[in-house]
Design a protein. Structure first.
Length: 91
């Protein structure tokens, strides 16, 4: 997987240069020039994150195999999770 770009205005991830899979997110316009961020919302086991940045997708696609799909304009978000080995008990 390749992260082409990731910024406050959007994010791009591709596999095989987009031939196999591609996700393109674009920042949703808010009331100001700042991104829309949902904070203080638990996310699975993540102990810390910087918030969910609302970024609907321009394209979300998996293009190979019998379950290939492509969606445009659906909900999307970007989240950066901060985790370390002390966040979870040893098994």
């Amino acid at each position: 997987m390749s992260w082409g770009t990731c910024s406050r205005d959007g994010a791009v991830a591709t596999m095989d240069g987009g031939k196999t899979a591609e996700v393109r997110l674009k920042r949703f316009p808010g009331m100001s020039d700042e991104p829309i961020v949902i904070r203080n919302l638990p996310y699975w086991g993540a102990k810390r994150h910087d918030g969910f940045v609302l970024m609907p997708n321009e394209v979300e696609a998996y293009r190979t195999g019998p379950n290939a799909f492509e969606y445009k304009g659906t909900n999307g978000f970007l989240i950066t999770v901060d985790m370390n080995d002390k966040d979870f008990p040893a098994r």
